[in-house]
Design a protein around this ligand. Sequence first.
Ligand SMILES: Nc1ncnc2c1ncn2[C@@H]1O[C@H](COP(=O)(O)OP(=O)(O)OP(=O)(O)O)[C@@H](O)[C@H]1O
Length: 273
Amino acid sequence: MSRITVDGLTKRFGETVALDDVSFEIPQGEFVIVLGVSGSGKSTLLRCMNALETPTEGEIRIDETPVTSPRDDVAMIFQQHNIIGQMSAYSNALTGSLNRNTFIDSLFQRQDESDKLQALEALDTVGLLDQAQQSAQRMSGGQQQRVGIARALVQDPTILLADEPVASLDPGSSQQVMGYLRTAARDRDLSAVISLHQVNLARKFGERFIGLRDGQKVFDGYRDEFDMDVIDEIYGDIDTEGMFAPDEETDADAGGADAATAASGGSSSGVTR
Ligand SMILES: Nc1ncnc2c1ncn2[C@@H]1O[C@H](COP(=O)(O)OP(=O)(O)OP(=O)(O)O)[C@@H](O)[C@H]1O
């Protein structure tokens, strides 16, 4: 079990207050989307949660232990997915086990069988098992991001952080990636905190929503409270018309990755231990 506590978190960069006394708790297994305009503090929040930034005031705790350095049980997925193009999807996924192996072991793929199996399982989770040997550079941006998710899963985390994981993807690929993220988190009972710019995508896949504005938390609630007034509160003067899809277009509980798998023609074969 991993409960995340963000307690009075303030982060300043010189005169800039990126985060201003932000507090919330996330119980194990919640799928949380962080929203806000550019510069509202989303990345800084995620980076503090993974100790890539040090809070100016306040702290982040995981199960009451303050986060002071990057932890193996917290995996981060980045916008630019940091995939090694010359390596296969499988080899990229396997690098998620680096925390359990020496660099030399990894270089010669001398990881444990269990790590190798985990890499295949993770590729199966993101619908890419049948493309395990495909060179990553020959994959689409969406597929590369799914390899990035697989690599994060091989790290064997209890918490997944993703900073705008679909920012550079087209709408269809964005939905697929979000679907796989949601299913991976649900199937493995991971807590997930994901920053997004697309409100409709957030509504489609999110369970809980945290809104930041000028570094302050202006909303924290679940689907039934996440309405147009909240969107206005988070986005202020920006024209928010069109950000809000009708309810029937959202299907967060319908198993986004199942749909995504079908749409992508992804693998249906399972990996068994
Ligand atoms: N390393 C840094 N040095 C100085 N200022 C920074 C640094 N990182 C972030 N900031 C500032 O902190 C504020 C919040 O930035 P942050 O990147 O967290 O926002 P964001 O909501 O993630 O934006 P975007 O959606 O564009 O990624 C901004 O004013 C930004 O310029």
